[in-house]
Design a protein around this ligand. Structure first.
Ligand SMILES: Cc1cc2nc3c(=O)[nH]c(=O)nc-3n(C[C@H](O)[C@H](O)[C@H](O)COP(=O)(O)OP(=O)(O)OC[C@H]3O[C@@H](n4cnc5c(N)ncnc54)[C@H](O)[C@@H]3O)c2cc1C
Length: 348
């Protein structure tokens, strides 16, 4: 996979000047790959903390700097999208759900993401998965996790709607000698992984066996979601929250007390700024993309690459997932197209 190279510029002349002021979403790809280790991740942003050697690697992997989306797409899939591929290149679109009760109890939608990771781990296809886990103290806070057992993979299921810089853990995975990992991330994180692979940063790029991108209508800041929206606006003690989901509105399931909802229009006021700079709703560069899209207990699954399709089909043939097809004239398909178009135009 090759994309156009960028001029070698130091962090301050590239990302510091053009991305940090308003485009950075805090994916941490630059911090992870910096060979001089002169970047630190502080308050969800990279900061220069040592001597920059102006190698240009940080800007080469940044999803907000250089390399237009179409060029990346061509580099990864070997072709550009054709008319009608509104949500990116794909081989098949299906709706699926897990048959594993342990996953069903904790997953966000149909548990497809966790089922595929678990299958790949148990078959020895991967020796770890980079996911996002919940903090024991503040369960709504997402933080990156290198899951190294079936229990850890299952524990990481479910969505935290705050930002989780999963790419940071590529470094841990390399340090621990992992050879093959499954990577789960938001569309911006999948873009960064593809850039890492495109510039042949083998140390990090080659250990990623497959990527599962999750649809993203935007992330909340932790304070915005937990203190401003859930505590103040909805009057719920965050400690009592069992699950947050978005299905046409934001739904908060409260322990033993039913649910409370708030309109998406209201909830979106608390989104972090990253969403206004992102044009990718459905993780268009992932091997497999997954989202809930208003479905109850099912995951809309886009099989994009041959590798992603094979992995999914193997899991289905082993009886781990049940599936339903999605026709192009269904409301679900139309919704996916509509949201993808809106996000490309800068709306959420
Ligand atoms: C910030 C955010 C916004 C989203 N917005 C939408 C949306 O607008 N529309 C839509 O249809 N779907 C959206 N999703 C995706 C949806 O919530 C589910 O992740 C998806 O449907 C897969 O469901 P599942 O049951 O198959 O996944 P599960 O089996 O429950 O697995 C979920 C996976 O996502 C990982 N994960 C959880 N939180 C994060 C995080 N913050 N960052 C990175 N990885 C994480 C988990 O570790 C786990 O591996 C969003 C997800 C996130 C994280």
């Amino acid at each position: 996979m090759m994309v156009r190279g960028l001029a070698k510029r130091g962090f301050e002349e590239s990302l510091g000047r053009y991305v940090l002021p308003s485009l950075c979403m805090g994916c941490a790809a630059c911090v992870t790959v910096c060979p001089a280790e002169c970047l630190k991740y502080v308050d969800e942003r990279p900061i220069l903390s040592g001597e920059c050697i102006s190698c240009g690697i940080c800007s080469s992997v940044c999803p907000r700097y250089g390399s237009p989306a179409r060029e990346m797409e061509k580099a990864f899939f070997g072709r550009e999208r054709i008319t009608g591929e509104e949500f990116g290149i794909y081989r098949r679109v299906v709706v699926a759900r897990t048959k594993n009760d342990d996953i069903r109890r904790v997953c966000q939608d149909g548990g497809v993401v966790t089922s595929l990771l678990l299958y790949a781990f148990e078959e020895g296809i991967i020796d770890g998965a980079i996911v996002s886990d919940r903090d024991e103290e503040s369960p709504l806070k997402a933080y990156p996790k290198l899951a190294e057992s079936a229990e850890e993979i299952i524990r990481s299921a479910g969505t935290r709607y705050t930002y989780s810089p999963n790419i940071l853990l590529l470094k841990d995975a390399v340090a621990q000698g992992k050879r093959s990992i499954g990577f789960v991330g938001t569309p911006c994180q999948i873009q960064a992984i593809r850039k890492i692979q495109a510039i042949h940063l083998r140390k990090y790029g080659e250990i990623v066996n497959f990527t599962i991108g999750i649809f993203c209508g935007g992330c909340f800041s932790y304070n915005g979601l937990v203190n401003e929206l859930i505590r103040k606006k909805m009057g719920i003690d965050p400690k009592d929250v069992e699950k947050v989901n978005i299905k046409g509105e934001l739904i908060v399931k409260i322990l033993n007390k039913g649910t409370k909802t708030i309109s998406l229009k209201e909830a979106k006021k608390y989104l972090s700024g990253c969403v206004s700079n992102c044009m990718d709703f459905s993780a268009e560069l992932a091997d497999i993309s997954a989202g809930g899209l208003g479905l109850e207990g099912w995951t809309l699954t886009i099989l994009r690459s041959e590798k992603g399709e094979d992995l999914f089909d193997e899991a289905v043939s082993k009886g781990l997932l049940e599936t339903k097809s999605v026709s192009k004239d269904s409301n679900l398909w139309r919704l996916l197209v509509r949201i993808s178009r809106r996000k490309r135009r800068g709306f959420v």
